[in-house]
Write a protein that binds this ligand. Structure first.
Ligand SMILES: C[S@@+](CC[C@H](N)C(=O)[O-])C[C@H]1O[C@@H](n2cnc3c(N)ncnc32)[C@H](O)[C@@H]1O
Length: 217
């Protein structure tokens, strides 16, 4: 069992292996590449999801038949493009971003991907914007990828506003390896881990920094 577990993580995921599989299974077209490169090109932190995580979330949304999705944390719009491409023509993604400069870059990249009609980037604090979005729900998926100290509150909001069968996704579920530390952020992310089981069927996938996934009961 221990041996099997040790084989399941990133132990064999050397960078060249991860690049090889991403190139084959999560290839970038021009719009995705532009959004992926945008943080570094615009003096923003390069903290977007990896190509395989973007592709994974895209496939999960396709499987869930998602039409109405909320993302908390847009950065440059890279994950928003993966998510929005899983939606039908009349689908909607609301992506929340508190940094005006990030929001502007995200809007530009989303427009460049031809997705402006499907995606709205909402500027402001996640916890301020979410209540204003409630009238658009219930939602088919919520992707949490912003300030870690609010992960527990974002998770509670998702539990209250996802439809039955709806999808919860939260990146950085390992908190950069600091999940078990005694910090406010670590406590908030742990609370999310500990509370979600009450409302969701869950799994935490060992991506680079952990992707928590739940299906609303
Ligand atoms: C990890 S990045 C998002 C990456 C993006 N989801 C992607 O993969 O392409 C986190 C983003 O959340 C934003 N953010 C941080 N705290 C926030 C908050 N309280 N409300 C809204 N956005 C926030 C940051 O400015 C940053 O752009």
């Amino acid at each position: 069992m221990a041996d099997k577990a040790s084989r399941s993580g990133l132990r064999y995921g050397a960078p060249e292996v991860l690049e090889y599989v991403a190139r084959l299974h999560a290839p970038h077209d021009e719009a995705l590449q532009r959004a992926f490169d945008a943080p570094e090109g615009n003096g923003m932190p390069p903290i977007q999801v990896g190509p395989s995580e973007g592709r994974l979330m895209h496939l999960l949304l396709c499987m869930a038949g998602a039409k109405r999705v909320v993302e908390i944390g847009a950065l440059a719009g890279y994950s928003a493009i993966w998510l929005a491409r899983a939606l039908p023509e009349d689908g909607r993604l609301w992506s929340i971003e508190r940094e005006p400069r990030h929001a502007a870059v995200a809007r530009r990249n989303i427009e460049g991907a031809g997705l402006s009609r499907r995606v709205t980037v909402l500027e402001g604090e996640g916890l301020d914007i979410l209540p204003k979005l409630e009238k658009e729900g219930p939602f088919d998926a919520v992707f949490i990828d912003a300030d870690k100290g609010s992960y527990d509150r974002y998770g509670r909001w998702a539990a209250a506003h996802l439809r039955r069968g709806g999808l919860l996704l939260a990146d950085n579920a390992f908190l950069f390896g600091q999940l078990m530390e005694d910090s406010a952020e670590a406590r908030a992310v742990r609370r999310l881990h500990e509370e979600v089981g009450e409302f969701f069927e869950t799994v935490c996938i060992g991506t680079g920094d952990g992707l928590l996934m739940g299906i609303r009961r």
